[in-house]
Design a protein around this ligand. Structure first.
Ligand code: HEM
Length: 510
């Protein structure tokens, strides 16, 4: 899809290029002059074409963006400068440079860029994920961390309840000796948790509301990873309109807005605001009136934060669980070790709770190793430089789009002994963690923009996996063996496994 759009973009360009050539040469010359020759000090860059820069390279490469950028960085180094249309882009591909960007120069690199779809869906960047670094973001993030993201323990009963239901579902497949589509079951588990935590609702698994929720989630993910001309060529808004992108964006936004408005109205009507078991909509409505903001918070601000939770919180945890289970299936020794650990620790109790999970050293190491090899947001979220700055001996212009390639960093030979092995043991007894302090492992990012939902996501992943390993033995379905398991990924905001993980579960008490 993305490639088709890029091909059309290039076709359009070829046709207007010759007409616009004199004007473009003038703009280019002016740009060089205004940069005062600073082009010489930019990080290394592959040869580029006039106007489109390096966009054509994306077109001729079939791989996902993090793989494409990784391959290029092998040749041009850990700091690489690209230009996608009119947008200067910096690609960071080593732990050392990531530390420069997200720690030493975090204040210069901690803004977000103004991308067309993200701006619209985030109510003009009134959320946390896509807001530029400014006073609004600082205040909103502080309030959300204190009142929302710190409530991990409050939602423990929801996670444990949904897990019990997931286990029941898998047991049924096990009794019927039928293989289960684990990808689907885990996605369902994760989205039920986020709906209950976020909106206080348990959507019926087959219900209309649930399919509405899923359709909106899929559409928003697709739109956010689609190619939009204006993001790279500011004067090409007409092309987005012509290709129907703006209509699609407007329709999706309206559907979202209606969905959130209905949720908010229901919460206001049901007068739940003083309830003990309040969900995130309740909390947001309450802090809107109780907290002394320096700006006037509106219902649109609340909707924007809900959008964040909806998009950032739903499938990240599920994708992580699916990748971990895939890695374990491929590596039966690791699977066995993880199962022995959890069964020894929990004994006959019948269920692993969140306190038990704290004692699981090997499983935590397996999760870290999976994050090293397959972070679910391999390019994190793109950042933008707030001003011209120097890094690694090079100069980076203001308003440069910055991609930190966490996927490339996880495979960096300098950072790991034998980076090609699968070997969770490397993390046992090691102080390396994913909390944003060790730049060789940054699946949640680092610095001011580090993921605020990390603890919520990890709680769900650890609890879910511990129980899947405790309750069941896992085998490939009839006719398949471990060699058939692939690790192909679909490109998108979150990297999902391309082919569903279908396994045969066997309850250990059988
Ligand atoms: C395993 C699960 C998760 C992973 C791997 C993950 C990963 C990430 C990454 C890589 C970023 C970008 C960090 C950066 O730019 O440096 C991010 C940002 C963010 N995440 Fe997560 N995330 C997860 C779960 C969650 C959950 C459960 C929520 C909410 C309930 C959430 C909310 C957010 C928000 C709001 C941001 C934007 C922060 C900002 O720009 O200020 N995430 N996440």
């Amino acid at each position: 899809m993305f490639q088709k759009e890029v091909t059309m973009a290039i076709a359009l360009f070829v046709s207007i290029f010759l007409l616009a050539l004199p004007f473009l040469l003038f703009v280019l010359l002016k740009h060089r002059i205004s940069n005062n020759g600073s082009f010489n000090r930019l990080p290394p860059s592959p040869p580029s074409l006039p106007l489109i820069g390096h966009l054509h390279m994306l077109m001729f490469d079939n791989s996902a963006p993090h793989l494409f950028l990784y391959k290029l960085s092998q040749k041009y180094g850990p700091l690489m400068f690209l230009r996608f249309g009119f947008r200067p882009t910096l690609v960071v591909s080593s732990a050392k440079m990531a530390e420069e960007v997200m720690k030493t120069h975090d204040l210069d690199f901690c803004s977000r860029t103004n991308l067309c779809a993200a701006r619209k869906l985030s109510y003009n960047a009134s959320d946390l994920s896509f807001s530029p670094y400014n006073h609004y973001w600082r205040e909103m993030r502080k309030v959300c961390v204190v009142h929302l993201f710190s409530r991990v323990q409050k939602y423990r009963h929801i996670r444990e309840d949904e897990l019990a239901r997931l286990i029941e579902k898998i047991c049924q497949f096990s009794i019927d000796s039928k293989p289960i589509n684990l990808s689907e079951a885990i996605m369902c588990f994760s989205s039920l948790i986020i709906c209950r935590v976020g909106f206080g609702k348990r959507y019926d698994e087959q219900g209309i509301e649930r399919s509405r929720f899923h359709r909106l989630l899929k559409e928003s993910q697709a739109i956010l990873s689609s190619f939009c001309f204006t993001d790279y060529f500011p004067f090409m808004g007409w092309a987005d309109r012509f290709m129907g992108f703006l209509n699609r964006l407007e329709t999706t936004f309206k559907e979202f807005d209606t969905f959130f408005q209905e949720l908010i109205d229901e919460h206001l009507d049901s007068n739940k605001l003083k309830s003990e078991q309040d969900d995130i909509v309740d909390v947001l409505l309450r802090i809107r009136t109780d907290h002394n903001f320096s700006f006037d918070p509106t219902i649109d601000h609340i909707k924007a934060i809900l959008m964040d939770i909806f998009i950032a919180g739903t499938d990240t945890a599920a994708a992580t669980m699916i990748w971990v289970m895939s890695f374990l299936m491929k590596n039966p020794k690791c699977l066995k070790k993880a199962q022995v650990e959890v069964r020894d620790l929990v004994g006959e109790k019948g269920f692993v709770n969140e306190d038990d999970v704290q004692g699981l050293i090997y499983l935590k190491a397996v999760i870290k190793e999976t994050f090293r090899l397959q972070p679910v947001a391999p390019l994190l979220l793109p950042r933008e430089t707030r001003r011209k700055c120097s890094i690694g001996g090079y100069e980076v212009p203001a308003k440069t789009l910055v991609y930190v390639n966490a996927w490339a960093i996880g495979r960096e030979p300098e950072a790991w002994e034998n980076p090609q092995d699968f070997r969770p043991e490397r993390f046992i007894g090691s102080s390396i963690d994913y909390k944003g302090l060790n730049f060789e492992l940054i699946p949640f990012g680092a610095g001011r923009r580090v993921c605020p939902g990390m603890h919520m996501g990890v709680a769900e992943v650890e609890l879910g996996l511990a129980n899947l390993l405790y309750k069941f033995d896992w085998e490939m379905p009839n006719g398949m063996n471990r060699e058939d398991l692939d690790f192909d990924a679909v490109r998108g905001l979150t990297t999902h496994k391309k082919n569903a993980l279908i396994l045969q579960a066997k309850e250990i008490n059988d």
